[in-house]
Design a protein around this ligand. Structure first.
Ligand code: UD1
Ligand code: CA
Length: 473
């Protein structure tokens, strides 16, 4: 008996295939589109349909595929990839219910929308048939199953099994179906492997259901969604569409994107309003940009958090944090663990790694700073370098508030430069420098109090928090 109203929906995502035409060592569904593995697009579109369960049929590189799946889905293993019908059989083994709808989605259709899936299920419910299949009329039907519909029977012929006449048909199967659970269970018991590939075709089950309980087609409205991915050229087409969707969403939410053609923003990225993204910019992974920022041109930020009002131009960020109002670049490289305080500055040809820079501090030119803690209101002269690695171990450098270093200062870690100390140009510092002292030479030795310091204890003097004027180093 066919259940019409509010029967539960179970979803199966077919993702066990290798994707031979990708010519890849990686399973097809793991290839990313705007930073997200392809299979996750189908899953996201399914969630609003409200299925009881989302089963994902994995097989080729099952472990790797399982790793990218969201926790709420249930992976089921298809040991051998014997075809789409076999994949659905495997999924059905995980469904205990007798009555309900099985929504089948190919894992390689990343552009399918939630509204199409919702409508497919609604149509299926109201038609009261055994199966409903999503179809589209395409200019170029190459490689897809051709759809022939006649008196409640939907017959699909794979291109490789098609006659010349059947190949002329441009109505294609998009690999998306709503089945009555009892019907698909029964039909799959009867399907053989008499086809060019010797596989169990899900499409044969559709034909069997049609003869028994009628099947209908449902036409896709937005043909963009018909972009399935079988090779890398199709991957690029799909990515271009998704990329533009992401950009449009940011623009509608109040972000200015100067040149959408050259701007790449991954699906996971967040951007605040009134931020301007300039050409040639890549924002990837868990990157979060505040409001009123200027990002780019040519910023490449991965897993990087940028505070409100910051500026990042011609620079690379990897797992870094940029404080509100800070300025980065041009040509800075912020490596993992870099945390820039508010209104700080990292300028041209500077590389920072695992380093905290206090509020208002400046690393303006030609520096490598690794494994360091820099206080507030510090100014590092051009070419200040931390020697953090002695060939065996990494050591830390501590630069306290208000320190000033001259050009070409080398800091041999582990080392601490005390508050308000002043290092002369070209110093090679291999011992801690007390607060408020001036040191010069190689190795650097203390010669007197730092300029502008009157005290013997070395404290006080310059103000904290970067109020000092940029001295142009
Ligand atoms: C299938 C359809 C075809 C349709 C096309 C749309 C069949 C027989 N043909 O062909 O009519 O036009 O999809 O994309 O169904 N998969 C498994 N296990 C398997 C085989 C495949 O999980 O044993 C998965 C694949 O990972 C993929 C999906 O099923 O995500 C479709 O498989 P694929 O081999 O690409 O099917 P097509 O030959 O393209
Ligand atoms: Ca396919």
């Amino acid at each position: 008996m066919i259940q019409r109203r509010e029967a539960p929906v179970f979803a199966a995502v077919l993702a066990a295939g290798k994707g031979t035409r990708m010519r890849s060592n990686r399973a097809k569904v793991l290839h990313t589109i705007c930073g997200v593995p392809m299979v996750n697009y189908a899953i996201s579109a399914l969630q609003p349909v409200g299925p009881e369960q989302i089963l994902v049929v994995v097989g080729h590189q099952a472990g790797e595929v399982e790793e990218v799946l969201p926790p709420e889905v249930v992976p089921v293993l298809q040991e051998e990839q014997n075809g789409t019908g076999d994949a659905v059989r495997v999924a059905l083994e995980a469904v205990d219910e007798e009555e309900g709808i099985l929504l089948v989605v190919n894992g390689d259709g990343p552009l399918i929308s939630e509204s199409t899936l919702i409508e497919l299920v609604e149509r299926h419910r109201s038609a009261g048939v055994g199966a409903t299949v999503l179809v589209a009329e395409l200019e170029d039907a190459t490689g897809l199953g051709r759809v022939m519909e006649d008196a409640g029977v939907v017959r699909i012929v794979e291109e490789r099994d098609a006659t010349e006449e059947e190949k002329e048909v441009r109505l294609v199967n998009l690999g998306l179906y709503a089945f009555e659970l009892s019907e698909i269970r029964h039909a799959l018991e009867m399907v053989g492997t008499e086809n060019d590939q010797g596989e169990v075709y899900l499409t044969d089950a559709l034909e069997i259901i049609g003869r028994k309980s009628r099947a209908v087609t449902f036409r896709l409205k937005n043909l963009q969604e018909a972009n399935l991915v079988n090779d890398r050229a199709q991957l690029a087409v799909a990515e271009e569409i998704v990329r533009r969707h992401i950009l449009d969403a940011h623009m509608r939410a109040g972000v200015t994107v100067r040149d959408p053609v050259s701007t790449h923003i991954e699906a996971t990225v967040e951007i605040g309003r009134d931020t301007v993204v300039l050409p040639g910019t890549f924002l990837r992974g868990e990157t979060k940009i505040g409001s009123d920022c200027v990002i780019g041109p040519s910023a490449d930020l991965l897993d990087t958090v940028v505070g409100d009002g910051a500026l990042v131009e011609h620079s690379v960020g990897r797992g870094a944090e940029v404080g509100a109002g800070a300025s980065v670049g041009p040509f800075a490289y912020l490596r993992p663990g870099t945390v820039l305080g508010e209104v700080s500055k990292v300028g041209a040809y500077c590389e920072l790694k695992n380093t905290q820079v206090g509020a208002g501090s400046k690393v303006p030119h030609l520096s490598y700073i690794g494994d360091a803690e820099i206080g507030e209101g510090v100014n590092l002269g051009a070419g200040t370098i931390t020697a953090n690695y002695d060939g065996k171990d990494k050591h830390r450098t501590t630069i306290e508030d208000g320190v000033f270093t001259g050009i070409n200062t080398n800091l041999i870690a582990p080392i601490t430069i005390g508050e308000n100390a002043y290092l002369g140009a070209g110093s090679v510092v291999n011992k801690d420098i007390p607060a408020g002292k001036m040191a010069v030479g190689m190795p650097a030795r203390v010669i007197r109090d730092a300029p502008g310091k009157a005290s013997e204890d070395g404290a006080g003097g310059r103000s904290r928090g970067g109020k000092k004027k940029d001295q142009g180093h």
